[in-house]
Design a protein around this ligand. Structure first.
Ligand code: ADP
Ligand code: MG
Length: 391
């Protein structure tokens, strides 16, 4: 299969800076097929160079008259967003990617808690005890996030914003000179102002407890993937896959086969297995290897326990499937926080039927409905990894 990749690298302020290297994160899932031909377009800043590169590439594709899928990558929300489109004309594909990219850039800026976009301004207002009217996208993300905070018993809780900043995960790469948080500093931020008390009016006015600082890093990429895939469907694109840094969603199915997605190995580069997905399904992975630093021989990463203010221990990675990417995104974070003993109960509370976790000791566990979707590599299927239990 021939695929063509385009990367429109942007230096815009990112939604949620991530990754160990200059804000690039490794996606938790990767589509299995590798582009045989990749063309990289580097746009120094927003605008023409990226779009020009995009159109030039589609010009090439048109000449080749290849019936293969079209692949493209854009940089948004602090991560790489990968598109794979089937059965589109070059013009239709170019227009879809260009419009999605423009939307993603604005979405990333406005949904990032720590810059000067809309969410940052809302946080400033909440800090003063004021309310603020926000855009429909931000209003619906906050409503959804509030509902999932309650449904997850507070494991997923966007009120962690100040803690995220204290740990230094508001910037990528993390400033290595940043002092390690002192227990008193963490304690001063706890308990977190309750996300459950946030209100969103029908006109989009958001009010909340004074000092609440909302970070949508645990749901925003999933929300964005839902929106982008819905837009591709509206344009009449029959089959597509959109992957935003480990938050992935399918539209339709490729001709003659279901989707096969790689699950990243949480211990080392490479995959631990693959997942089968059908039309309209989303996958999200949360892992402790995404953004982290070592301090005095201990690893500290970006998923925080809202009750203790500390990075969560117990699991290395959580992968969930659901038809709503925003829910899958929040749920993978929630199950990660729930840990080895409570993840199954929290999955039930969130309506997640398909989940796979990798424990800190390398053991793999999954829900019964997940078993038929997962194929582990031979190394991961060995007995050192306890077999999938059917309980
Ligand atoms: P990633 O963003 O790497 O895909 P997640 O979806 O699990 O990983 O989201 C982690 C991000 O969500 C963190 O970087 C932080 O911004 C935020 N976050 C951290 N802990 C929590 C939590 N307990 N609940 C909600 N959001 C969280
Ligand atoms: Mg998440």
């Amino acid at each position: 299969m021939r695929r063509l990749g385009i990367r429109a690298a942007r230096r815009l302020k990112s939604f949620r800076p991530s990754g160990r290297s200059a804000g690039r994160s490794q996606p938790g899932q990767q589509a299995f097929s590798t582009p045989s031909k990749r063309l990289v377009s580097r746009a120094g800043s927003i605008g023409r160079a990226g779009v020009f590169g995009l159109l030039a590439v589609w010009g090439l594709l048109a000449c080749s008259r290849a019936p293969e899928p079209v692949a493209a990558e854009v940089y948004a929300m602090g991560t790489l967003v990968q598109f794979t489109l089937y059965g589109t004309s070059p013009e239709q594909a170019a227009a879809a990617i260009r419009d999605s990219d423009a939307w993603l850039q604005a979405f990333g800026r406005d949904g990032w808690a720590f810059g000067d976009g809309e969410l940052a301004r809302l946080n400033a207002a909440l800090g003063r005890g004021a309310c603020m009217r926000v855009s429909p996208d931000l209003a619906s993300q906050i409503s959804r996030a509030r509902a999932l905070t309650i449904a997850s018993g507070g494991r997923f809780d966007p009120a962690v914003g100040r803690l995220v900043a204290l740990w230094g995960f508001d910037r990528a790469p993390r400033d290595p000179d940043r002092p390690f948080p002192q227990p008193a500093e963490i304690g001063a931020l706890l308990p977190l102002p309750p996300m459950a008390e946030v209100t969103v009016s029908p006109t989009g006015e958001v009010c909340g407890p004074r000092g609440l600082f909302i970070d949508l890093g645990g749901i925003g990429k999933g929300y964005a993937v839902d929106r982008v895939v819905a837009d591709l469907a509206r344009r009449g694109i029959a089959a597509a896959l959109v992957n935003a840094g480990g938050n992935l969603k399918t539209l339709g199915e490729p001709p003659g086969r279901p989707w096969r997605i790689g699950i990243r190995d949480p211990f080392k580069p490479g995959v631990m297995g693959s997942l089968t997905l059908v039309a309209g399904e989303a996958v999200s992975t949360s892992g402790d290897y995404e953004r982290m630093f070592d301090y005095h021989g201990q690893r500290y990463h970006h998923i925080l326990d809202p009750h203790t203010g500390l990075p969560v221990r117990g699991l290395h990675a959580v992968t969930v499937i659901h038809t709503e990417a925003a829910l899958a995104d929040a749920a993978s974070t929630a199950l990660f926080v729930a840990g080895p003993d409570a993840w199954r109960a929290v999955a039930v509370r969130l309506g997640i039927e398909r989940a796979l976790v990798v424990r800190e000791d390398g053991g793999v566990e999954m829900t019964p409905a997940m078993v038929s979707r997962v194929r582990l590599t031979p190394a991961w299927a060995l007995p050192r990894h306890p077999p999938a239990d059917g309980s």
